[in-house]
Design a protein around this ligand. Sequence first.
Ligand code: ATP
Ligand code: MG
Length: 658
Amino acid sequence: MADKVAVQAEKLAALLDEKRVFPPSEEFRRQANAPDPAIYTKAGRSLEDFWAEEASRLDWFKQWDKVLEWNTPWAKWFVGGKLNVTHNCVDRHAASARRNKAAIVWEGEPGDARVLTFGMLAREVNRFANALKSLGVKKGDRVAIYLGMTPELPIAMLACAKIGAPHSIVFGGFSADSLRERINDAKAKVLITADGAWRRGAVVPLKASADQALEGTPSIEKVVVAERVGKAAHVTMQSGRDLWWKDLVANASDKCDAEPMDAEDMLYILYTSGTTGKPKGVVHTTAGYLVGVSATHRYIFDIKETDVFWCTADIGWVTGHSYIVYGPLANGTTTLMYEGTPDYPDRGRFWAIVAKYGVNVLYTAPTAIRTFMRWGADWPAKHDLSSLRVLGTVGEPINPEAWIWYHENIGRGRCPIVDTWWQTETGMILITPLPGLTRTKPGSATRPFPGVEAEVLDDKGQPVGPGAGGYLVLTRPWPAMFRTIYGDPDRYVKQYWSRYPGKYFTGDGAKVDADGYFWLLGRVDDVMNVAGHRISTYEVESALVDHASVAEAAVIGRSHDVKGQGIASFVTLKEGVQATDQLKEELKAHVAKKIGAIARPDDIFFTSELPKTRSAKIMRRLLRDIAEGRILGDTTTLADPTVVSNLKQQYEEEGKSD
Ligand code: ATP
Ligand code: MG
């Protein structure tokens, strides 16, 4: 029986096998930061030597004694070393020829823009670091940050890192309840927020939400309030507790010594997106994290001294921590941060920004790319995108059709695409192409980064053969790995290191093809079991997105009397396409043709929007709740809770299509 399933899974996988291959151009390879495949063998031979060499690009107050101490599952990297993250990201550049180079380019909601050079950033960070000290913040105290995408956000982070106070950033779109929960979990002493934030020309009342959250947060002593929206928000300040940012820094010195931190001191806590359940407080430490994010940023994005790097994530997510702030700034790179949304004031906003600043490297998410596809290629076509050299994606598996669209319409056929797989827990990118070396295949994150080892295992812990699906695990430690779950070391061990003892359990499904390339299949819970066939939601979604009428699709397994699980699909159509019963049949036939009759969806349900987390991932577990007629699970991390409640209602009214 097991054999039969494996054979069928292989057959299935083979049918979806991607034949298109994109080798890097010789011209690109020649100038690449990683031009030689020996980087893989070298790192494979000695993890310690490889990472020690990367670590030597940083400034250390005291050199480490030992690169790695690995007592599974507890890791210590650069044992005995002392350094400071902000010294490395800001001060050493401000003291060099990079002093007047742009560190942060900030594009605000239409009309606003600000550039901070490394010299200016150093002074702003020092002032705010001194302000935090004046509030009694000491090394080890946790500071919660609840801000929109304004320069105060990286300034606050870097000020915390400078004095050794771990930050815990809560995405500015979160509700008061979510903020309170995270503040209490981290027992933060100070909260940094703003009067409000701009979103599509409207005000998000951050301070008002913060006030609500603060009704139940006994650990908070002081609240710092930055000004962003002024009179557009009505702010009440609680005397003795609340202070304006501008008053605090007005008389603060712009000199501040960097706290020498132990390599393993905590740098920050960050809560995961909550796609699969309750968010976890992921703990990252100082040295390994900085070495990991700076090295991956340099090699994977092929960063050059003159590049403008734009990661479109929000700093409230790990992608923003690692690849808007810490990675780029450690490398002395100009990093762009954007306050607004892709469709305000119009749908060409991203491309206007690329043209305005001459962005060289763009790092965004598959959801964004699918949205751009839906809006049509005319929007990017209006803008000069010739500055782009490398394109990246992260957050979800990218459907091959979206990859090709990105390649053609944004990269104009010239730019290598790096599909980067990683997690809040991993801190840094782990499975990815290197743009000068890897022959990419649309939809595959390709190979583990040098020094990283991944396997795909079956239920019993045996590696599965080429083409078969299984569980993705990591078998060697990497420097930016999280060290624990804040306040819950048991959960760290149980959730991540117990399923396959000694191996890190990612919670994601994957398959490896005959070339050793990894194909991410989404969450383990997103793999369906249809009449004994293991079918991944991602494969069915990609087949649906492959159809010319479909913009986006979310697929789930729902209980089925005969088959065990049936396939239900929620589909968003491209603009101007009519949702008809005939189209439903056509889509079912299309999937059957692409993957096989076994993958033919049982239900197709048209919807104008899919429920997504605030980090823009499709939340399939809520769709499962809808399809099964259950009460909706935790919805606190949803971007827009009305999407899912409307969808539930609509689903119940229309019933299932079959
Ligand atoms: P939670 O763990 O709370 O459920 P989450 O896993 O969505 O939330 P993140 O750490 O932000 O929180 O996301 C990491 C996950 O995103 C990965 O485990 C994987 O499922 C998905 N992912 C990220 N990048 C890729 C990629 N390039 N290809 C496929 N999946 C990806
Ligand atoms: Mg996760």
